[in-house]
Write a protein that binds this ligand. Structure first.
Ligand code: FAD
Ligand code: UDP
Length: 372
């Protein structure tokens, strides 16, 4: 029986990057994917001539020059800059937290020093304490007024936990800036691949054998026998049949609608930060590519518990889950010739550029070890 050098479980960006690099170096590679399409959660599908982000809006942004150069080998990126709005009832605020936000929240705040003074005054309630949870971190960054209007409701819908029970790092994903700049990211490079992510991933997988609707875990021993090494990008706990217990994930339900109008909300992303609606984000996909189609496709994003059989979108990286994940990681070191990588298999809140970076570095390390 033919033995591949690598069997890659999952055709998301981690698996596709690793497969692409290995194939380019002349290795024998096969990718298996349990869904009926490639691309993992970055998958896009064309509806009404618009690339719809089927598993939630994906904006590519990175500070890693090598990752940016790498993805640009497979697609041209447009100049889209993410500038979401936050809506609470009928009020609209600019995100991330910047001078536009501060000026609208406090109409006597005009200059950066006005904003700094206002936030410093609100921060006094912290009494110099180091933040130990998301609520304290948010108040330390932007004060209580903004925390209550733009963070608390959104976060509690998103995670279904009290902000005092959530790790501080989650809110530090968002920039706080004292300039009038609505760019959601600080990274040097940003854009959307023209033609969609599925096209990008299919270019990465060009010339590689890909088998869809194949679940590695349903036939683990057989698949392990097919290759010298396995790269596994599925959920960490699922690999071990939950033998130490289940890691918690947060899931999402997407309600996608086609509207017979050209422009529904005037922006690609609007965050709903209050409890007056159950959804957190409304995405109008055409605006990622400056679309001018007659109709528009809009997705309402509802966070929910991750019940049996649902997609595991977000790891919940609190202390309990992280320590359980550490135990699984120890077990994974015992798995001969299986390497765990990507957002699900590492149980880390990674962005797309993080997983591509990790896959590039992993491939380089394996190549180096092989040549030693
Ligand atoms: P995945 O994309 O999850 O791919 C894993 C693949 O493995 C899947 O296709 C899965 O079906 C397959 N698989 C799993 N188990 C098995 C098995 N047993 N057998 C066979 N196949 C299996 N990142 C950004 O940079 N910018 C964004 O704007 C952004 N927005 C996001 C919005 C949402 C709602 C979500 C959930 C994530 C977002 N991300 C964003 C993060 C991004 O989706 C991930 O970083 C990236 O897609 C992870 O790639 P991956 O290959 O590790 O995992
Ligand atoms: N967040 C918020 N208000 C917003 C947007 C984000 O409070 O309008 C918080 C929320 O806790 C969220 C976190 O910031 O989980 C990270 O937001 P990000 O946009 O990075 O989330 P993702 O795109 O990964 O879902």
């Amino acid at each position: 029986m033919k033995k591949y050098d690598y069997l890659i479980v999952g055709s998301g960006l981690f698996g596709a990057t690793f497969a692409n690099l290995a194939k380019s170096a002349g290795k024998d590679v096969i990718v298996i994917e349990k869904r009926n399409h490639i691309g993992g959660n970055a998958y896009t599908e064309e509806i009404e001539g618009i690339n719809v982000h089927k598993y939630g809006a994906h904006i590519f942004h990175t500070d890693y020059k090598d990752v940016w150069e790498y993805v640009n080998r497979f697609a041209e990126f447009n100049r889209y800059t993410n500038s979401p709005l936050a809506r609470i009832n009928n009020e609209i605020y600019n995100m991330p937290f910047n001078m536009n936000t501060f000026n609208k929240i406090w109409n006597d705040v005009i200059t950066p020093s006005d904003a700094i003074n206002k936030i410093e005054a609100e921060k006094n309630e912290m009494n110099g304490k180091q933040p130990s949870n998301l609520e304290e971190q948010a108040i330390s960054l932007v004060g209580r007024t903004i925390y209550e209007k733009l963070i608390k409701g959104y976060t509690e819908k998103q995670w279904n936990k009290d902000c005092r029970k959530l790790p501080a790092f989650i809110i530090k994903r968002l920039p706080v800036r004292f300039t009038y700049d609505n760019n959601y990211f600080n990274d040097k490079y940003q854009g959307i691949p023209i033609g969609g992510y599925t096209k990008l991933v299919s270019k990465m997988l060009e010339g590689i054998e890909v088998q869809l609707e194949k679940n590695f875990l349903e036939n683990k021993e057989y698949y392990k026998g097919l290759a010298k090494k396995i790269i596994y990008t599925g959920p960490l706990d699922e690999y071990f049949n939950y033998s130490l217990g289940k890691l918690e994930y947060r899931s999402l339900k997407f309600d996608t609608k086609i509207f017979e109008q050209e422009n529904y909300q005037g922006n690609a992303v609007i965050n709903f930060t209050g409890k007056e609606v159950d959804y957190t984000r409304v995405i109008e996909h055409k605006h990622f590519e400056f679309g001018t189609q007659e109709k528009t496709v809009v997705t309402f994003e509802y966070p929910c518990n991750c019940e049996e059989g649902m997609e595991k979108y977000y790891p919940i990286n609190d202390d309990n889950n992280n320590s359980l994940a550490d135990k699984y990681r120890e077990m994974s070191l015992e798995e001969k010739n299986v390497i765990f990588g990507g957002r699900l298999a590492e149980y880390k809140y990674y962005d797309m550029d993080d997983v591509i970076k990790k896959a590039i570095d992993l491939y380089k390390k394996m190549e180096f070890d092989e040549n030693e």
